[in-house]
Design a protein around this ligand. Structure first.
Ligand code: GLN
Length: 483
């Protein structure tokens, strides 16, 4: 069997078109690897469908007709995207047996573009988490190991941990993720990959199981920046089924390849030098700044004064929206039900048994901040602070073209760590959450490694709908990183 590891999407597509190998061979290679893997990346496999899709792609290629953008490329689908006829769980017991009768727009776009779906990837329950340890289907293991602590398994990050881990372990070529406060960028960073959260509204949320609707955005997790552009091209669309999806024309994302960083202004926010930022990460940040300088970019210091309020604001708004969104899981319409003769009892038992601890914690916070008497003090206040955070970015972008920061304050940590104290877990998102609250596009690209050989990601945040600039900045980092 040919070793298909570490191929990127565009090279693979060229090889497929030249008939150097078939999509069926490629698909079988990944199926075999998934079957042998013990990283717990996939919740549901769709191997039979995948084989059929691969055969269909090979047919199109052999006829040289109607060849689509992602023809025959095997990918993983985060189990947050509803897939018609295929179980979709959002990592929760409450949806353990939920089989949607419709397809999410994002997965539909990918399928229409010829991607071969290998299965549904594991995730934190309802995308709530930063370590993929809250899934009802068990935690996901990061394929990377620290050179010092090689006996301990590391977390892949979350909530798109199954997607990130599966790409890093060569179980698929790319995968979809969703990012509410960092769930694409943080796992991409922990697994040494590229993760792109597009501008809010770029990808349709139709058929994405909702966590916090004003923040949720789909995006790709890939090995390279170019792959991220190719995946994003397919995933993006205006969708009349999602009133928040954008009608802005979608550019050709591969145009980022011709984008010159020279003369561009790179903003460095003073406030991102947060307490507890790991010294190896500070060093890689400095190296990356120098890289931009060397390539003719101008470095400008900027201020985002409300940064320190972003995390508390997020942890009011996201749980508030979650408590409304998850009210639908009552044992009547969807999935799991705990029977009882009494209706109220049935609701309570269903939710008590169907949701895990982290989800319950968020629902309690959410209903609390929305309750009469506390609404003004918490939720309304958080909305106001969110506006200030957004305004900070607006004025910063008058002085710079993109903003460069680390993705996370730390590298991948051992499974079980930060488990007891939820606040410690929430601190993982301190650098990713501000861009989410402001709806801005942001990419994480591996820029270096720490002393224990673990990847360090840098985040580039862009102006609204300027995905091209962040892809271009990401490409520079990717080309010149120090390993
Ligand atoms: N880790 C964050 C949380 O738990 C972000 C999750 C996400 O982006 N879906 O809410």
């Amino acid at each position: 069997m040919i070793d298909f590891k570490n191929l990127d999407i565009s090279t693979t597509k060229e090889c497929l078109l030249k008939k150097e190998f078939s999509s069926l061979e490629l698909t079988k290679f990944f199926i075999d690897r998934i079957e042998k893997s013990d990283l717990n990346c996939f919740i549901t496999n769709t191997f039979e469908n995948a084989i059929e899709m691969a055969k269909e792609s090979d047919k199109k290629i052999s006829r040289n007709r109607e060849i689509r953008d992602l023809e025959g490329i095997p990918i993983g689908m985060k189990d947050l995207f509803c897939t018609k006829g295929v179980r979709t769980t959002a990592g929760s017991k409450i949806l353990e047996n939920f089989i949607p009768f419709y397809e999410s727009t994002v997965s539909n776009n990918l399928i229409n573009d010829g991607a071969v779906i290998l299965g549904k990837t594991n995730m934190d329950e309802f995308a709530m988490g930063s370590a993929n340890t809250t899934s009802f289907f068990g935690n996901v293991i990061n394929p990377l190991k620290s050179s010092e602590e090689d006996t301990k398994d590391l977390v892949p990050g979350g909530s798109s941990g199954g997607s990130a881990s599966s790409v890093a372990a060569n179980l698929c070529m790319a995968a979809t993720g969703s990012d509410t406060g960092g769930s694409i960028r943080q796992p991409a960073s922990f697994c040494g990959l590229v993760g792109l959260k597009p501008s809010y509204g770029r990808c349709s949320r139709f058929g994405m199981i909702a966590f916090a609707s004003s923040l949720d955005q789909a995006g790709p997790i890939t090995k390279t920046v170019k792959d991220a552009a190719l995946m994003l091209q397919s995933m993006s669309s205006y969708d009349e089924k999602d009133s928040t999806s954008s009608r802005k024309p979608i550019p050709q994302y591969l145009d980022f390849l011709n984008f010159d960083i020279k003369g561009k202004k790179i903003g460095l926010p003073t406030e991102y030098k947060v307490e507890g930022l790991n010294s190896d990460i500070v060093k890689v940040w400095d190296d990356t700044i120098n890289l931009f300088k060397k390539n003719g970019a101008e470095i400008v210091n900027i201020s985002l004064p409300h940064t320190s309020f972003a995390l508390p604001t997020y942890y009011i708004i996201a749980p508030a929206e979650a408590s409304a969104n998850l009210a639908r899981y009552d044992g009547v319409k969807y999935g799991f039900r705990e029977n009882s003769d009494d209706l109220e009892d049935m609701y309570e038992l269903t939710r008590a048994k169907g949701f895990g601890d982290e989800v319950k914690r968020r629902l309690m916070i959410g209903t609390y901040v929305l309750s009469a008497g506390y609404y003004d003090a918490y939720y309304l206040k958080a909305l106001k602070v969110r506006q200030l955070i957004s305004d900070d970015f607006k004025s910063a972008f008058e002085k710079c073209d993109v903003i460069l920061t680390p993705t996370t304050p730390n590298v991948a940590f051992p499974i079980g760590e930060k488990q007891k104290d939820p606040i410690e877990m929430y601190l993982n998102d301190v650098l990713t959450v501000p861009a989410s609250l402001a709806g801005l596009p942001a990419i994480s690209v591996t820029a270096g490694k720490n002393s224990m050989n673990l990847p360090i990601g840098m985040q580039v945040i862009g102006k609204p709908f300027d995905e091209i600039s962040i892809l271009a900045a990401g490409k520079l980092i990717e080309e010149y990183r120090g390993f």
